[in-house]
Design a protein. Structure first.
Length: 235
């Protein structure tokens, strides 16, 4: 019987038999011997427990899990970081020499991330394409924010009291060319632009005056359009 590499099983010596204990039944089990170094890697207790659980679930130990992940992980991946002294655990591993503690933590973090449902590996070319798309969208977003800043209304000094000023903020030609539905719709279009926390042109003063303008216009519609010749103009 011959192994796939052409090495005859019949020629195995006693030493070889130690490396191939299953040769007698036709199954080759290779035990790779390599020089390893002990590592004590500081991390948080939660991180250590998650790594031990994942290794046990894969039927291996944390050292083998880290060794496999080190073949895949990139130096650009963030290091989970060494914990402070108040909350510290140590992972004891044996790996080939030359690895740093941050690299081992990155590798284990990558293994934990890949174990999450929905996580997948992608070719480097696809990852680069997605990074380029993100950079393009970021640039366009900044350009859009700059353009909106230039054309946006400037907050008025003092309290907003004039209907014509409120109508101008909302982009209406005058105070008689809209109804309540158009005011509400326009407010919903403008609010995400000026919202102080999430807006493209985030501005607390503009958002406050936008709310004042909405209330002023709605009150104007409800009072001025209720009776008189404006009812005919509205229809």
């Amino acid at each position: 019987m011959t192994a796939p590499d052409g090495y005859p099983f019949a020629a195995l010596t006693d030493v070889d038999a130690g490396l191939f204990p299953s040769a007698a039944v036709g199954v080759v089990s290779v035990r790779v011997a390599s020089h390893t170094t002990p590592y004590s890697v500081p991390c948080t207790p939660a991180f250590a427990a998650a790594a031990v659980r994942l290794a046990a679930g894969r039927g291996t130990d944390v050292s083998a899990l880290a060794a496999a992940a080190l073949l895949l992980v990139s130096d650009r991946m963030p290091d989970p970081g060494a914990p402070d002294d108040a909350e510290r655990a140590m992972l004891e591993l044996r790996l080939p020499p030359g690895h740093s503690e941050p690299a081992i933590r990155r590798a284990l973090a990558a293994a934990l991330a890949l174990a999450e449902p929905g996580c997948r590996l992608m070719p480097a070319g696809e990852a680069g394409r997605l990074e380029g798309a993100v950079e393009t969208l970021t640039y366009r977003n900044k350009a859009l924010a700059h353009a909106l800043e230039r054309v946006s209304f400037r907050p008025l000094d003092g309290k907003l009291t004039q209907v014509r000023d409120a109508a101008q903020m909302f982009g209406f030609v005058n105070e008689w060319c809209f109804d309540e539905d158009r005011v509400v719709k326009r407010f919903r279009e403008l609010a995400p632009v000026y919202h102080p926390d999430t807006g493209v042109v985030a501005c607390r003063d503009r958002m406050a005056q936008l709310i004042d303008a909405r209330n002023l216009l709605i009150n104007h519609v409800r009072t001025a359009y209720r009776s008189g010749p404006w009812t005919q103009r509205r229809s």
